[in-house]
Design a protein around this ligand. Structure first.
Ligand code: FMN
Length: 383
């Protein structure tokens, strides 16, 4: 649709919605049995959520949840936004003497370092490729401060839910790890990686030499008032065969939804992904093998999933993040009246979000896996 047509459509909607700010905001809950609901805006009093469907009797380590939050929090290094949020976790319910009660787990994280004045200019401007325009069209009202609900501040709630889910997975022997595999044009090579080194560098790339080049390119982009995108790879090890609900809730479909629901994500691929499209079947097929009666495959182009169900091999997928929208330089845009304006770049922003998004990817993957573990328990009468 052309810009002007888009604007007319918006004005039409605005007319219909006048004095009617009653539209409910759906889409804030994720999962079928293990469910996370999140609430909050970037500069409101707090963000938080409810994890419902967590089975009773899980020892819950708040230290582990806090560790994951610290990996996501702003201000953690020189290559992230300088907003300082301690993101101290407060669990309000559902946990007693360190153990889940089976009741809803409520939690909040207070917003302490909101500098809302820095965002006044966004009351009357739409940032190109951000969510200002679309939120305004949809609701007829928006909290412009720090991006409101569209801010990735919300993803801290996913990290809390995901860290609880990850503790269930770890008790079952699974391991979920993500790392940065590219930033802009700087890419990690395919040689064997030591994934214990992910957090050795502030960019969360396990190859030290590539990590340094990534950091340099982020610092250069920041100096230019620009942003960079990148790719995160995720590996889930020791997944039992048999998880996933064909046909609409294939496990890769749920992973795709989980990843595509993260702010700034523009691509998801599992296993051979798009590169599989140019291979021959004879090269792509994962040939079965067995060792001591255990069936496995020699290659893993399927990414650990066949027919929407895990096959017992590692799940591996990639998530592509765009260069985020807010540039600390002037850009052309429009105001809500449709007049052309020049937008200033102000506020505190990430020059590249991928290092902070690593725990978010791990968290969303864990939410999907735990949900499918619980759903699979009703798959057949005889185990
Ligand atoms: C960890 C993280 C931090 C982010 N920080 C910023 C930021 O500082 N500035 C910005 O413009 N967008 C940032 N984003 C992206 C926006 O939240 C996102 O682009 C916006 O909500 C519009 O959604 P879309 O890009 O998915 O269409 C961040 C995303 C993530 C995952």
């Amino acid at each position: 649709m052309q810009g002007s047509t888009l604007f007319k459509a918006y004005k039409g909607f605005q007319g219909l919605n006048r004095n009617l700010y009653l539209c409910a905001m759906a889409g804030n809950t994720f999962g079928e049995i293990f469910r996370l609901t999140s609430f909050g805006e970037s500069h409101g009093k707090a963000i938080g959520g409810i994890v419902d469907g967590c089975p009773a009797g899980l020892p819950i380590s708040e230290d582990f949840i806090q560790k994951q939050l610290n990996r996501r929090k702003p201000g953690q290094s020189r290559i992230t936004t300088q907003r300082k949020e301690s993101d101290d976790l407060e669990i309000l319910s559902g946990v007693f003497e360190g153990m889940s009660l089976g009741t809803p787990i409520g939690f909040i994280l207070k917003n302490k370092d909101a500098k809302s004045k820095d965002y006044d200019h966004l009351k009357s401007a739409y940032r190109p490729s951000h969510a200002d325009f679309t939120y305004q069209v949809k609701y007829g009202i928006r909290d412009h401060r720090g991006g409101g609900r569209s801010s990735a501040r919300e993803t801290a709630c996913r990290v809390v839910g995901g860290a609880i889910a990850m503790q269930i997975l770890e008790s079952l022997g699974l391991r979920v790890r993500a790392y940065v595999s590219s930033v802009g044009t700087v890419k990690i090579s395919d040689r064997k990686l030591d994934l214990t080194k992910i957090d050795d560098s502030i960019v969360r790339c396990p190859d030290p030499e590539t990590a340094e080049r990534m950091i340099d390119s982020i610092e250069k982009a920041r100096k230019e008032g620009n942003t960079l995108g990148g790719v995160i790879k995720c590996l889930i090890e020791r997944v039992p065969a048999g998880w996933g609900e064909p046909v609409f809730d294939r496990i890769e479909a749920d992973l795709a939804k989980a990843m595509m629901s993260i702010n700034a994500v523009k691509g998801f691929s599992i296993g051979s992904g798009f590169s599989g499209a140019s291979m021959k079947g004879s090269d792509h097929n994962d040939i079965f093998d067995s060792e001591d009666g255990n069936i496995r495959t020699i290659t893993n182009h399927s990414g650990g999933v066949q027919g929407g169900i895990t096959n017992g091999m590692d799940i591996h997928f990639s998530v592509a993040f765009k260069p985020v929208a807010t540039l600390l330089r002037k850009q052309k845009s429009v105001n809500p009246e449709g007049e052309k304006i020049e937008l200033e770049g102000r506020g505190r922003h990430d020059p590249c979000v991928v290092p902070r998004a690593v725990p978010i990817v791990e968290s969303m993957a864990s939410l999907v896996l735990v949900d499918h573990y619980l759903r699979n328990r009703s798959a057949k009468l005889n185990p």
